[in-house]
Design a protein around this ligand. Structure first.
Ligand code: UD1
Length: 460
């Protein structure tokens, strides 16, 4: 009997981590910005376009990068990783089917569809489905692949695309996207590099990560111009080579740390950054009372009194949706009332209820939040529901009075490289603590699955 209970309790025990933040510290010093997650993921997928080795530097250490590595390995890409460098060789691709488990874990993996189709003539990839921030359709990717001559069908939730019989290549086309989609632009851009003839992409997304991709593809021998504008022109080439490429700095990570400085009313500097990529963020931070000084690839922020400003998210060069939640955390501490409107994703306001639990005053009207600043937030136990919401929880906790315990670090670790270490170096009182949770605490009730609520009860 003793033995059986022990086994049961061991098998139902899960080790998780939470972040413990003791707020109200000032920050000072310099933070090093990592390579951009959203660039690195798509640059890794571009290895599928060549049989030669691709060497990428400044790869951030993130769980999303691990999943992309696993996905590429599963179809035969040889990968070696040393610290922040990675080499990828897609000489012998074993299969054109991408496994559901990994595609499901990383929505961005759909960008593999374009290069795989272009290189080996077929691809089979499960529909990635929606996610916590809303329904995330891919019809623009599919329409683009069809326009390049692929026949595409969806069978039992799997997208199957192949070249028509007797064709060895995709065919260049004039494609006008119905919406500016980062993923669709990247997928079709990569596919078009090996197509026959010219492809023109109209209404393309203009994000810096797309420019980074085009720069690398051009180093591999592609002929692309116009990346970073709404019209991209690609002259298809016979084959691509390997190359060495350094991933651009992560503008979203940089924006998050700038907001960390503003919310704690602290002056810090960040390096490296590409200031031009952060213009929309600088503009809002200046408007709400921060001094922003750039020098080469560094930026220094010095906040004064923070006053309310309105923000509407939009595709680049607009204010990034990925910084909407962190900026809202800042506005909860501003003087006056601000209005933040989310226009890119349909369900990206889940941080509102958690911020209100810390004492903020936010009213939600659909995808618009009205935020009236309060003198002080209060630390509490918090649950992060998506990647950028989790960053917002950390920022709010840095400024709050008392201790906050944040669970849901799986999200945070997808997009921020050891965020707590970087914050600790500039003076934040933050640590990652291990919590061990028994799933069936009350044996009379039998097995109780872990939920964010049950973990939160344990942490609180
Ligand atoms: C990328 C970024 C993500 C960022 C987002 C918007 C990566 C890995 N992720 O995601 O961090 O938040 O851009 O800047 O780079 N849409 C359609 N039909 C489509 C495709 C998209 O309607 O076929 C819509 C989406 O629902 C969304 C909008 O377009 O409303 C933007 O989505 P998209 O740019 O495709 O986002 P991702 O590439 O998934």
């Amino acid at each position: 009997m003793y033995c059986m209970n022990s086994v049961a309790s061991i098998s139902n025990t899960v080790a998780k981590h939470h972040l413990e933040v003791r707020g109200s510290n000032f920050l000072s010093g310099q933070i090093k910005i990592s390579g951009a997650k959203n660039s690195a993921l798509v640059l890794m997928a571009a290895t599928l376009l060549t049989e030669e080795a691709l060497f990428l530097k400044n790869i951030p250490s993130l769980t999303d990068i691990n999943v992309m590595s696993e996905l590429l390995s599963s179809i035969g890409v040889r990968i070696e990783r040393k610290s922040n460098e990675i080499s990828l060789t897609a000489r012998d691709l074993l299969q054109s089917e991408l496994p559901y488990k990994l595609v499901h874990a990383l929505r961005a993996s759909f960008v593999c569809a374009g290069p795989l189709l272009a290189r080996i003539g077929e691809v089979s990839i499960p529909l990635p489905g929606g996610c916590r921030i809303g329904n995330r359709p891919i019809e623009e990717h599919i329409r683009g692949l069809e326009a390049l001559g692929a026949s595409v069908s969806i069978e039992k939730g799997v997208v199957k695309a192949k070249l028509p019989k007797n064709k060895k290549k995709l065919k260049g086309a004039h494609i006008k996207f119905n919406c500016q989609s980062v993923g669709a632009t990247e997928t079709i851009l990569m596919a078009a590099t090996l197509a026959e003839g010219r492809t023109v992409l109209e209404n393309s997304a203009q994000e810096p990560e797309i420019q980074d991709l085009a720069n690398m593809l051009n180093s591999m021998g592609a002929q692309i111009r116009g990346a970073g504008t709404k019209e991209i022109i690609i002259e298809g080439v016979e084959k691509l080579n390997g190359c060495n490429h350094t991933v651009i700095p992560d503008r979203i990570e940089a924006g998050t740390f700038l907001i960390a400085a503003a919310i704690t009313r602290s002056s810090i500097s960040l390096t490296p950054v590409i200031p031009e990529h952060l213009e929309a963020v600088f503009k809002k931070l200046r408007e709400c009372g921060c001094l922003i000084n750039t020098m080469g690839d560094s930026v220094k922020i010095t906040p004064n009194e923070i006053t309310a400003v309105d923000v509407t998210t939009s595709p680049y060069p607009g204010f990034p949706t990925d910084l909407q939640a962190p900026f809202m955390a800042l506005m909860t501490t501003a003087k006056g009332t601000s209005k933040i409107t989310e226009t890119v994703f349909e369900k990206r306001m889940q941080h509102v209820s958690e911020l209100n639990r810390m004492g903020s005053s936010i009213k939600l009207l659909g995808n618009t939040a009205l935020i009236t600043g309060v003198p002080q937030l209060t630390g509490t136990s918090l649950s992060a529901g998506d990647l950028r919401a989790s960053a917002a929880m950390v920022l709010a906790s840095l400024s709050a009075k008392g201790v906050s315990k944040i669970i849901g670090l799986d999200y945070l670790d997808r997009g921020y490289e050891r965020m707590e270490d970087k914050l600790k170096k500039v003076g934040a009182d933050i640590s990652r603590e291990k919590i061990t949770i028994s799933a069936n605490k009350n044996s009379k009730e039998g097995f109780k699955p872990l939920t964010p609520q049950s973990i939160q009860q344990e942490v609180a």
